[in-house]
Design a protein around this ligand. Sequence first.
Ligand code: FAD
Length: 569
Amino acid sequence: MNIEVKVGNSLNKNDEIKIIKILKNVGDSIRLNDVIFEVESGKGASAVNSKTKGTIESINVKEGDTVNADKVLAQINGEQSPKATNTSTNNFNYFQNLIKPVKLQMESDITIIGGGPGGYVAAIHAAKLGAKIILIEKEKLGGTCLNWGCIPTKTLVRSAQVFDTLKKAEEFGCYAENIGIRMEKVIDRKDKVVAQLVQGIKYLMDKNNIKVINGVAEIVDNETILVKSSTQQITIKTKNIIIATGSKSAVLSINGIENKNVINSSDALSLKEVPKKLVIVGGGVIGMEFAYIFASFGAQVSVVEFMDQCLISCDDDICEENKKSAIKKGIKLYNTAKVEEICEAEDNECIVHFIQEGKDKYITANKVLLSVGRTPYIDGLGLEKAGIELNQNKKGIKVNSKMQTNVSNIYAIGDVTNIILLAHAASHQGIVAVNNIMGRPCDMDYTVVPSAIFTEPEIGMVGIGEKAAKLQGIEVEVGRFPFSANGKALCYGESNGFIKIIKNKSTERIIGASIVGLHATDLIAELTLAIKSNLTAEAITETIHAHPTTAEVIYEAALSLVGEIGRAR
Ligand code: FAD
């Protein structure tokens, strides 16, 4: 008898479904429950399976077609199973599958685990090179960067800048009354910016025919991945794997960490009100960015840092400039200070107990933001099943310069490698991994990875710092220029900071630069290109820089390196 295959009775007749994959051909013999189609509807991805055994007579759709839910997708010559005849139709029942996940099988050239800036960039690059790609994401496309990191923090930085500008409007001859901050609006704007960017990534995935699966991935062996979600259990057979699972906030093992007022960076992005007193444990990049944001919003901010200065990866003079600026802003800095425990006071405030120079010290706070670094996300990934090795300190996945793990068809990129925890580094590692998989051998070069820190003023750094050059025994010459002599910075009323360009005395090439000042995070791009292209300071001085711009500080610092006297303009 001829049996029709439709999507099922849980959808309305006019609901649209997209045919994602057709797993059988006309003439194929099929058994009861064999999956014939993978489809997507407004209710998510699902499978259409056979309720009979028999032979496929016809298939009436193509992959990529969008059809109504009552469309007859295929016809089977077979016997109606007694179970099926008891139901109103013999079709796939969506809700039945909500209770019991549908089991599916898929195949790909490259399966990428994690949809952050490492994973999604790798996916797009590989798809453009012609590979069949599956990308698995357990939470939201865009990963930490778009949803809980770079982008949300920078929208908050911008709100803080606008508020600061309003506060000093009079200095510019402008008058604003009753100025204030409404956190719900700040958070709402942040959420909108994030949503727009995430939507953009979804569009790029569709445009490049990248199959995105929402679920938790586990490596079964070097060619098999299992993805689990509430509706599906998908086994993927894959030629290559890229692990791009990122990182999570590190936690301190001290008493009181479970207190409800102890928050991490993700929580800090959605605070509905500005805490009166905020203690930030950890004065690294993330901690200091939040310190300036919440100080601008009106919180009394204290930073407790274990090392002898905040932003320890910067050169000493940059740290000093940041310290001056933080103190001016009212941020209290406690360096060489070790947090011992966090207690709860009777009035619900927290008491942060730390030891500094041998003395017990205490600060009270409404919120305590823990910002003590990030840990590679390898939980439940099944690394041991595939025999994937970790780095020496057992943090992060070990990779070679091609981003390849010790298992030749498995690559790892981004924060999970624990090499450089920055979004653009993750993306570039993704490109390198894909190129190597696709037969375009290349190596990851870490000498020219810029970093951008959104403190006040901003900091941009690239290449070797003075501290590192000394340690490596490289003889250097440093060209400097202050923002106080830059026309645009003065017009903007933001003339703190300086630039320094570092050249290798023996090769004459520029090998590093640090900028602390207005637009530093954008300006660092020119020096990144200069170092990558092996340029000398002369090459910069021979390049015309527009006036009046902050980019002129680069020109002036380069002039001082070639022995010409800088001219303030
Ligand atoms: P992620 O972006 O973390 O993405 C990994 C994804 O993998 C996540 O979406 C996760 O859900 C998913 N995943 C994990 N395990 C599984 C699994 N088993 N199955 C399926 N999916 C899984 N960097 C900058 O360059 N500039 C900045 O200004 C900046 N600011 C930051 C501010 C904050 C507050 C934070 C926390 C970070 C910031 N970073 C910044 C760092 C940046 O966010 C990360 O370096 C970057 O996101 C790393 O990218 P990734 O692709 O390696 O991992």
